[in-house]
Design a protein around this ligand. Structure first.
Ligand code: FMN
Length: 353
């Protein structure tokens, strides 16, 4: 039988009822880093997803680099997330937590006045979302060997906290401008120790630490086609890394693609990584089903479609039109543009059917 988005999937010890994954989406609605009842409501509305991957979530106070993002390092955060996972589970859903560290792409205003730390003292030249609005990044402090050990320990602790909070696993945020891509990046990582001579070392040590609390390893999310600024990368540069990941406890590989409708772009990675592969970026029902039928991927994640379509699974299954989200409320906080997107059924006139 042809595999489609509606086919079940075994992922480690999870059984997904469908292959529609909710991609991680930062929505900047946490209160002092703690997820609230609004988070529980938002994720519960989307619990029909085969798997929910949370918004990026800080591994420690040192990891912060954006306003309104929750963490997984304090007891209040574990309790807040426990409430979210309980409510999602009661709706029949499954969740894993995405673990995020901003490294140099942060700002003193988010770090109690201290300078952000990164692989080398080179300004990543990004814009950072601070409490007082967008601010340019500064020249970071070069991380010492102790700083690196602390960061790795932070991943281990946050991963154990995720388990205590009722998550079924974790995924390492290793894409875009976060700490791991800073270390992978030859323009930003000029270190002469092993973290510079083999730039994948940090990621591999983070994977080992974060996998500690789990039997099945951890997910890793990469963006081999990232095209912005100093972080622009060539997909070929990720080939050896993906081959290497196959030798480590990686529960799934989650790739953000170039956003083109051609799923064949992922074939190079599919050949190198033998575990479950989730692909993302710009997929529709038709292109996702084509990728699954061709065996290019095991599941497809959807980001923006899940913002405005809490019932995305029903809409894709029933071929109903998708609503468009309002980018102006992506990161604004509050319930507007977060909890108030209706289901398709709410807009259908059932009297005529
Ligand atoms: C508002 C918003 C927030 C996002 N936050 C995250 C995040 O926290 N972690 C992450 O890995 N990707 C994040 N992404 C990227 C999405 O997961 C996804 O890769 C992107 O939306 C492309 O998929 P799509 O075409 O299905 O929307 C974010 C995207 C958007 C639009």
């Amino acid at each position: 039988m042809t595999t489609t988005l509606l086919s079940p999937l075994t992922l480690g010890d999870l059984t997904l009822p469908n292959r529609i994954v909710m991609a991680p989406l930062t929505r900047a609605r946490a209160t002092d880093g703690v997820p609230t009842e609004r988070h529980a409501t938002y994720y519960a509305q989307r619990a029909t997803a085969g798997l929910i991957i949370t918004e990026g979530t800080w591994v420690s106070e040192r990891a912060i680099g954006f306003v309104g993002v929750p963490g997984l390092y304090s007891e209040a955060q574990v309790t807040g997330w426990r409430r979210v996972t309980d409510v999602v589970r009661a709706h029949g859903g499954r969740m894993i937590a995405q673990l995020w560290h901003s490294g140099a792409v942060s700002h003193p205003d988010l770090l109690g006045g201290t300078r952000p730390a990164g692989p080398s003292a080179i300004d990543p030249q990004e814009i950072c979302h601070t409490p007082s609005g967008p601010r340019p990044t500064v020249t970071p402090r070069e991380m010492t060997a102790d700083d690196i050990r602390t960061a790795i320990d932070d991943y281990r602790t946050a991963s154990a906290n995720a388990r205590r909070a009722g998550f079924a696993g974790v995924e390492i945020h290793a894409l875009g401008t976060s700490l791991v891509p800073q270390f992978l990046n030859p323009r930003l990582n000029r270190r002469t120790d092993t973290y510079g001579t083999d730039r994948a070392t940090l990621l591999l040590e983070i994977i080992a630490a974060a996998a500690d609390p789990w039997d099945h390893g951890v997910g890793v999310r990469l963006a081999p086609w990232w095209s912005d600024g100093r972080f622009a990368t060539d997909p070929a540069h990720h080939d050896d890394l993906v081959t290497e990941l196959d030798r480590h406890p990686v529960a799934h590989l989650h790739l953000r693609g170039p956003g083109t409708p051609d799923p064949d772009v992922f074939t190079r990675h599919r050949r190198r990584f033998t575990g479950p592969l989730i692909v993302n970026h710009g997929f529709t029902r038709a292109t996702a089903d084509a990728a699954l039928a061709a065996g290019t991927a095991d599941a497809v994640s959807f980001g923006t479609p899940f913002i405005a379509n809490p019932d995305l699974v029903s809409r894709l299954a029933l071929d109903l039109p998708l609503a468009q989200g309002d980018p102006a409320t992506y990161y604004t906080g509050g319930a507007a543009g977060y909890l108030d997107y209706p289901t398709a059924a709410a807009g259908i006139d059932w009297t005529s059917s």
